[in-house]
Design a protein around this ligand. Structure first.
Ligand code: SF4
Length: 348
């Protein structure tokens, strides 16, 4: 018996080929996309504008979605975390966040991660696999289904969940183009943020894609000797190389770059660090997102005090840097990436 074809995330040429093999006109592919992406339907029997015979054939030959939501946690502020199990027992997480500008989905691009950042739950168990482009966009579909009772849809994407997106470059870029397709999720390129720990070759490649998305650099330390301690990638691409790639990126794309800076109490949250950060970013079209650390069981890092966060931010502002403090959404549901997955995989 041949395996059923997963139609969710299937690019347009492959979808039209599939329908022409069934002897169906092209407009059926368009109708199917409407059912999947506008109406979040997974059951061919609900596709009432298809002839009954076609619905039966589709049931025999195809499926919609390869993953299953195996856990859902909801916080009092509306943040929802979904754990999705794909084949081979690979579990990924995505987090639905409600901001004033709309619903944002934090996506995973890999199962596990090779980067080994010292403050991150995703890196603790190492790397398992790259997600396919279809598996990445399936997270958006499950999120839209989770939101449908509130008549909401995902309007913004941040590639900041599990995995290093630029380490799964082609699948991530394909998933971005798919999410942006008006016939699929129709998410504006400017509403998409790709976050990297600092893979310099990937940043250079991305600069050539002509995608007006937002590049976000997970910086977390303003000097090499500190960054080396928490982000092993820094030993391969130290700050001078990284900042040169960022400057070239800004020059090529004319897009403002965001720098993420997790404040770890007593490690990188002192005023001397803010001063060094301001010097590092001088002259770069940049925003800084300061993120007070969300404590992870099993890791030694602590959250900074509110006072320290305020002092850190004020110094950056005094140096003319654009700063926002990322609101902690849903800390009670382990919103830091990788935590729910770790528990599920340990069978807790
Ligand atoms: S912070 Fe991101 S890049 Fe670093 S280990 Fe975690 S998932 Fe990987």
């Amino acid at each position: 018996m041949t395996a059923k074809l997963n139609l969710l995330g299937l690019p347009w040429p492959a979808l039209t080929d599939f329908f022409s093999e069934l002897g169906q006109p092209q407009y059926r592919a368009k109708q199917l996309m409407e059912w999947i992406y506008q109406h979040n339907v997974s059951d061919f029997r609900q596709m009432t504008n298809f002839p009954l015979t076609l619905r039966q054939t589709l049931e025999e030959k195809a499926i919609i979605g390869a993953g299953e939501v195996v856990a859902r946690q909801e916080a009092s502020d509306g943040t929802i975390k979904l754990a999705i199990r794909f084949c081979d027992d690979r579990i990924v997480e995505c987090v639905i966040l409600h901001y004033h500008h709309g619903v944002t989905l934090c996506l995973s691009s890999q199962v596990g991660c090779k980067m080994g950042c010292a403050f991150c739950a995703s890196g603790l168990d190492g790397f398992v696999a790259n997600l396919t482009a279809a598996e990445i966009v399936e997270q958006i579909w499950h999120a839209n289904r989770a939101l449908s009772s509130q008549s909401l849809r995902v309007g913004h994407l941040v590639y900041m969940g599990m995995g290093e997106p630029l380490d799964n470059y082609h699948n991530v870029i394909d998933s971005i183009r798919f999410a942006n397709n008006p016939a699929a999720f129709n998410i504006g390129m400017r509403n998409i943020t790709l976050s990297t720990s600092g893979l310099v070759p990937g940043i250079k490649q991305l600069a050539q894609e002509n995608l007006p998305l937002t590049l976000s650099i997970s910086l977390h330390a303003p000097v090499d000797y500190l960054r080396d301690q928490i982000m092993p990638i820094n030993r391969r691409y130290p700050l001078p190389q990284l900042m040169e790639a960022v400057r070239d990126y800004v020059k090529t794309t004319r897009r403002r770059v965001t720098f993420e800076y997790i404040l770890l109490a007593g490690f990188n949250d002192q005023l001397i660090h803010a001063e060094k950060l301001a010097s590092l970013l001088a002259g770069i079209l940049a925003n800084v997102n300061v993120i007070p650390y969300n404590e992870v069981p099993g890791l030694p890092w602590r959250a900074p005090s509110d006072k320290q966060v305020r002092l850190f931010v004020r110094l950056l502002e005094d140096r003319g840097i654009n700063v926002t403090v990322r609101r902690e959404l849903g800390p009670e549901i382990e919103a830091a990436c990788g935590q729910l997955r770790r528990r599920l995989q340990r069978g807790e």
